[in-house]
Design a protein around this ligand. Structure first.
Ligand code: GLU
Length: 455
């Protein structure tokens, strides 16, 4: 499975059991299959292993198809539904019985079942990720392939479908490593070519335990809801266990396709690091075409109920330009940037206490406000110069005034650069807000500060 060119007949498949929401570990298997197929100009197929009739609901199947579409994991042939293959599974059982590779027997009280006869020899296979794997004959007992109720077990259905679909490479989670010995024996007994195997290490949490929903978002749908971009999640999951080399982390899909190779897929567990995913998501947002960002920005603000009136398009764009470089998740935007559009923004009281309610500070803000009323041009460089001058005259660090003004006009302790923010808000808004803040928190000057218990 090296990148040396393989025949263009590479056929791989993603074979999920749609039994609920789709876990990121599972979708990562889809991503690796997809990259491998695209790298080799082969086919990426989808097989829905829906034989668990209780849990494979139409909603679960739809959720799966939606997740694939959202991530851009397109498949090259119509999906195969495992339940439709039932007649072939039974046919294979008959073939195995006829060839002496299977026999009827009983299991417990359960009535008659069909057993597969293991070859009775030690087995070895070469895994593209894990290397050489072997098992002794005594650890490979015969196993049931057809239940007493006439339904095939997973191993049989899985192998028969892979044969029907002409699968050349099986790429899946390493929870299936142990099954592979049985599967190889089944392929051989059915007279089929054994595919190549690559078993992906599982995704673990910070403690090295399997990553589950107790560790945070674990399902594709949750990441989607939290505002992650599909491109960012794809990139992050592709690099979870695979290293394209050279410290590269942000790659286009084209680059990932060109570089993908099992030689650089690690065999140790891959640790989920949400902070890195968050960084990557922010990176993708930062690199988004501006027009697209404006659209998504507006949608996020609308969703957050920020606008009472339709925003002025030019103003919206100016705010968007300030926010693009500092957005980690779209759903965070209403709280981060709502103040640009509403006067009734929330005050972060802790920041107010820390930055505004300090002896002398309201007075200083008042002085700056007075300067702003006559500032010749309400532009960032003028605003900055004026602030420096005001602070200097009072012998106060400029940073103190910057922090105070920021919270006074936005209610927040963090945000875009202050002077650009003021310029964007415009003189009328800024003067009005400073006045409101001073009325609210600082009109009484030093006395007010003491009453608020500033330290
Ligand atoms: N339905 C199985 C799973 O989701 C398929 C495993 C395979 O890829 O062969 O684990």
């Amino acid at each position: 499975m090296s990148s040396k060119s393989l025949p263009s007949t590479v056929r791989v498949r993603f074979a999920p059991s749609p039994t609920g929401q789709i876990h990121i570990g599972n979708i990562r298997a889809a991503i690796f299959n997809w990259l491998f197929a695209r790298h080799h100009g082969g086919k990426f197929l989808l097989r829905i292993e829906d034989t668990d009739r209780e849990r494979s609901t139409p909603e679960a199947v739809q959720g799966l198809l939606d997740a694939l579409e959202w991530l851009g994991l397109d498949y090259d042939e119509p999906p195969v539904y495992q339940t439709d293959e039932f007649p072939r599974h039974l046919e294979a059982v008959e073939t195995l019985l006829a060839r002496g590779h299977a026999y009827r027997g009983t299991k417990g009280e359960g009535g008659e079942v069909v057993f597969f006869r293991m070859p009775g020899e030690d087995m070895i296979f070469e895994d593209a990720v894990k290397g050489r794997l072997e098992k002794k004959a005594k650890d490979l007992p015969d196993f049931v392939i057809l239940r007493s109720n006439g339904t095939p077990v997973f191993h049989l259905a899985n192998v028969v479908d892979d044969i029907t679909m002409g699968i050349t490479h099986v790429i899946r989670g390493d929870d299936h490593v142990e099954n592979t010995f049985r599967h190889i024996a089944l392929f051989r007994a059915l007279g089929a070519t054994v595919p190549h195997y690559a078993h992906l290490p599982m995704i673990v949490n910070a403690q090295g335990k399997p990553y589950s929903k107790r560790d945070g978002a674990a399902f594709v749908g949750e990441f989607r809801e939290k505002g992650y971009l599909p491109e960012a999640l794809f990139n992050y999951l592709a690099l979870l266990g695979w290293s394209p080399g050279g410290d590269r982390e942000i790659l286009t899909r084209k680059e990932m396709i060109a570089l993908f190779d099992f030689a650089q897929v690690q065999s140790s567990p891959a640790q989920m690091d949400v902070r890195k995913l968050d960084w990557m998501n922010a990176e993708y947002i930062r690199r988004m075409p501006f027009e697209l960002f404006v659209e998504r920005f507006q949608a996020a603000m609308e969703k957050g109920g920020v606008f009472s009136d339709p925003p002025d398009p030019a103003y919206l764009r100016r705010v968007a330009a300030l926010m693009q470089v500092r957005t980690h998740h779209f759903p965070d935007l209403p709280a981060m940037a709502g103040f640009f559009f509403r006067e009734d923004f929330a005050w972060d009281e802790k920041t107010v206490r820390k930055r505004l309610l300090k002896p002398g500070i309201p007075d200083l803000v008042r002085k700056y406000r007075n300067v702003l009323t006559t500032l010749p041009r309400f532009e960032a460089s003028f605003l900055e110069e004026a602030l420096q001058a005001t602070a200097n005259v009072q012998g106060v660090p400029a940073a103190d005034l910057i922090h105070a003004v920021r919270v006074a006009v936005s209610g927040l302790g963090v945000g875009p650069g202050l002077f650009e923010m003021l310029e964007t808000l415009g003189r009328a808004r800024v003067l009005a807000r400073l006045e409101v803040a001073l009325q609210r928190y600082g009109m009484a000057g030093e006395e007010g500060a003491k009453e608020h218990g500033a330290s």
